[in-house]
Unconditional design. Structure first.
Ligand code: AQP
Length: 354
């Protein structure tokens, strides 16, 4: 039985300051996965124009995400780092997926509801179709594993639905063209063109919450800069934000169960655990019974120790734009070659003359 080659794909939008949530939910996992996997990491600039069309410094924002990838430890020689718009096959496959996905499926996407807010009629069609483009980003490489934060879980379920419908609707065409692969979907042996994508969401901080409100996701678009630690913050700013982070008056519990109903405490313990590669249990065995006046300075020290070298390297890389542009150009060429291989087969399966 043949099967899909394991391949990791993920992307980050160039839509402003990267924060600790992006780092712990996504980029730190990208770095860990590159050791034993073939990986493609993308700056998803086509996604960046869905919520806001015009950006003052799009080139700078794209370079900043690429710099964050590399400063965090991603090796652009071994793996592919590029920006999405350099590979038009993403948009081509997204159009096909717009015709595969059903409006009923898209209507259930909670991120669209959150981002469109009350002014739904005025949201762009691109924002509505965002999950279809995300499915194309992954499947144009027939990627099998996608490291993301917990907020992207629903979009990945949709990517699986799109892949499955394409495989089912075109099953005869796939066989005739000879492009399918024998694989397992759950317990069932099937012949498929697109793989069933596996989300990689685990870890102690799959959803990092706002420092001002433990029930809200830490987000680039939060109006309060105090709600997040940005990757470009200096040590003093990180210290101020963590010291001012909302907490409750109680000491930290000794067991994870004791974090229930305490979202801010749970969030800070999760951040500490993720930054130190420990579990929440291990963090509480060290800090259980301690007040936040003790825990917060320890979290500041740890955050600065992890982030300062990344921030320094990001600044250095962003000063050398030709170096970053060269990495993106090279990554774009390699990504285009792989994406075109898939698209040739997709066009053949559908029956487009080429
Ligand atoms: N708070 C978070 N905790 C864990 N993971 C997170 N991610 C985002 N926020 C958190 C993960 O970061 C990756 C890249 O995200 P994105 O650039 O696509 O932006 P986003 O998901 O829309 O979230 P942002 O950064 O907060 O932006 P806005 O303010 O626009 O919503 C993804 O893997 C995401 O899961």
């Amino acid at each position: 039985m043949s099967d899909f080659q394991p391949l990791v794909f993920s992307g980050v939008q160039p839509t402003g300051n990267l924060h600790l949530g992006n780092y712990l939910g996504a980029i730190r996992k990208f770095v860990a996965l590159q050791e034993n996997n073939d990986c493609i990491y993308c700056v998803v600039d086509l996604h960046a124009i869905t919520a806001q069309l015009v950006h003052d410094d799009m080139p700078g924002q794209i370079r900043a995400i690429a710099a964050a990838f590399i400063a965090s430890g991603i090796d652009p020689k071994k793996h592919i780092v590029f920006n999405q718009s350099a590979v038009p096959q993403h948009a081509e496959l997204a159009w096909i997926f717009n015709c595969v996905a059903r409006i009923g499926w898209m209507n259930r996407m909670t991120q669209f509801k959150d981002k469109a807010g009350k002014d739904r009629e005025n949201a762009s069609l691109g924002l509505f179709a965002y999950p279809s483009l995300m499915a194309a980003d992954i499947l144009v490489y027939r990627a099998t594993h996608v490291p993301v934060g917990d907020d992207q879980k629903q979009h990945l379920e949709l990517a699986r639905d799109i892949a499955q419908k394409f495989n089912n609707d075109f099953s005869e065409h796939i066989r005739r063209a000879g492009h399918g692969i024998d694989t397992m979907v759950g317990e069932e042996a099937v012949h498929a063109f697109f793989p069933t994508v596996e989300p990689l969401i685990d870890g102690p901080a799959p959803r990092v919450m706002s420092l001002r409100d433990g029930t809200k996701k830490m987000s680039k678009s939060d109006a309060s800069d105090l709600s997040r630690v940005n990757l470009m913050d200096d040590a003093e700013t990180i210290s101020k934000k963590i010291r001012k982070a909302k907490t409750d008056p109680d000491a930290l519990p000794s067991e994870v169960d004791g974090l229930k109903g305490r979202p801010e405490a749970d969030n800070l313990v999760g951040i500490y655990a993720a930054l130190s590669d420990k579990t929440k249990e291990q963090v509480l065995s060290e800090f259980g019974g301690q007040q936040f006046s003790v825990f917060k300075p320890a979290l500041v020290d740890l955050s600065v120790a992890v982030l300062a070298p990344i921030t320094g390297e990001m600044r250095r890389l962003m000063d050398d734009t030709s170096h970053i542009d060269g990495i993106l150009r090279n990554g774009g060429e390699r990504a285009r070659a792989r994406a075109e291989k898939t698209m040739k087969q997709v066009r053949e399966i559908i029956g487009f003359l080429q």
